[in-house]
Write a protein that binds this ligand. Sequence first.
Ligand code: AMP
Length: 190
Amino acid sequence: MLNLVLFGPPGAGKGTQSNLLIDKYNLVHLSTGDILRGEIKAGTTLGLEAKAIMDRGDLVSDEIVIGMISSKLDNNPNSNGFIFDGFPRTAAQANALDNLLSDKGTSISAMLSLKVEDAELIKRLLARGQDSGRADDKNESIIANRINEYNNKTAPLKDFYAAQKKLSEIEGLGSVEDIAKKLNSVIDNL
Ligand code: AMP
């Protein structure tokens, strides 16, 4: 199986690149942000609980997102592999993911980490907020909180995967096609 963690701060291009990778490598895309937004749209209890947290730019509880990923893994038993986008975001989530995959006799193949500087992230997120109407992309102080959460709780996971010799850092500035080529070359050399 090919199991990839597509990593990086909000606005780094994880969703865009995931969409290209799932087609090229025939993978299942698991974005916890997309799953949570689906729950909000469907008006579920989980969605209602998550909405206020997401609107502030805080992280939803580990228990909730780990449960969501666990059931998605169970629902796709014959997949060629998975792209984890926006997950894991904390040490507890990274440990849980290793355990869930190990229970299924597989593991993470690589973490592909997109590097983009803060000023560019803010510009991209505000532009996306105008197009998509996402509440957490529209307000600069919420964006700043999300980048803060990333720096404090999520960025340290690079060390977790580096210790397993699985980390590749990729420059996330440039055309979508150029970044895709760089990602493909890392994956093809795994
Ligand atoms: P994203 O679409 O990945 O930018 O996620 C949007 C929001 O959903 C985040 O700001 C968090 O509030 C929540 N979220 C998504 N994934 C996670 C996760 N793995 N852990 C905690 N919160 C998450």
